[in-house]
Design a protein around this ligand. Structure first.
Ligand code: ASP
Length: 308
């Protein structure tokens, strides 16, 4: 039994391990691990406190996949609900669908009894307002007025992509006592994104994939690249071909880094094979992930293979 997570999963990994130790499934563990991250207002990349889109609306994306059956559920651009990971799981379990977005996802969350709440915190609103007031480029004079930016939203989004803003996402992967794998991913996506934009996190095969036969993988970083390269699925297929998890992540990351993209930034993959061997890769040196098993009191911080 093991849980691995992106580093920002520290607030939830203990809970995920407790679920496994009590006999819970890998699916239960990843959901339980992600929920505290979604509620942490200090994490501006996930759930409550997530940075909003260009209009100041927090739009959340999440997906969950069961490696035992390869069933999956996902929500995208969900507003007003703090636990997109749990809504994604409900999509998987209560509907003959995999993926709901926008108003339909919110309607379904309400139907399922999830409480509605404000997700935009004062700190996230301040960061958004500060960013909006900055000139979109050196050529733009003075203070950019809100309504002016709104008129040219598509242009503004291109220049507002800010590599200094910590765009992250939380990844959780678990292997349970029955030998089953599951993966969960939750994010508020790119700060100041165009409304309705989806990254890789809710897209099965891009940001999340789990298959008991070969392994599980999840990504953080620029989702547009993971969608174009089908990165989580590619990582699992590299494990299917016999690569160790570290090497599978590195091989998939090389394909991501080969893509031409002016907004490319940090990109990370984490994987877990059916024997419980974890691995990870990053295009940033010194990048880490965390792992924890029942019986351990603290997660272990592990280095990601550096690919450049
Ligand atoms: N993968 C996320 C997205 O593209 C963001 C991130 O992890 O940086 O929405």
């Amino acid at each position: 039994m093991l849980v691995v997570a992106s580093s920002n999963g520290r607030v939830g990994i203990g809970e995920a391990v407790r679920v496994l130790a009590a006999g819970g499934s890998a699916l239960d563990a990843v959901e339980a691990g992600i929920q505290p991250v979604e509620l942490d207002p200090a994490d501006h990349s996930v759930g409550v406190g997530g940075l909003p889109n260009m209009l100041g609306q927090v739009e959340l994306d999440a997906s969950i996949m069961d490696g035992r059956t390869r069933a999956a559920g996902a929500v995208g651009a969900l507003q007003g609900y703090a636990h997109p990971i749990s809504v994604a799981r409900k999509v998987m379990e209560a509907l003959p669908h995999v993926f709901l977005v926008g108003d339909g996802a919110a309607r379904f969350a309400a139907d399922m009894g999830f409480p509605q709440q404000e997700l935009l915190t004062a700190a996230a609103r301040d960061a958004w307002e500060r960013r909006l007031r900055q000139p979109a480029s050196d050529a733009e004079p003075g203070l950019q007025r809100y309504y002016d930016a709104m008129r040219r939203l598509h242009e503004r989004v291109k220049t507002a992509v800010d590599p200094t803003v910590p765009n992250e996402t939380v990844n959780f992967l678990a292997l349970d006592a029955g030998g089953h794998l599951a993966t969960g991913v939750s994010t508020s996506g790119w700060a100041w994104k165009y409304p309705g934009r989806l990254g890789d996190s809710p897209v099965i095969g891009a940001g999340n994939y789990a298959d008991d036969r070969y392994g599980a993988a999840a990504c953080t970083g620029r989702g547009e690249l993971a969608i174009r390269a089908c990165t989580a699925f590619a990582t699992v297929m590299h494990m299917r071909a016999g690569l160790a998890p570290d090497d599978a992540c590195a091989a998939a990351l090389q394909d991501v880094l080969a893509l031409d993209d002016q907004y490319a930034g940090p990109f990370n993959i984490v994987a877990l094979d059916p024997t419980g061997r974890p691995g990870a890769a990053s295009n940033r040196p010194d990048s880490t992930y965390i792992a924890m098993a029942p019986g351990q009191s603290e997660p272990v911080t592990c280095p990601r293979l550096y690919v450049h």
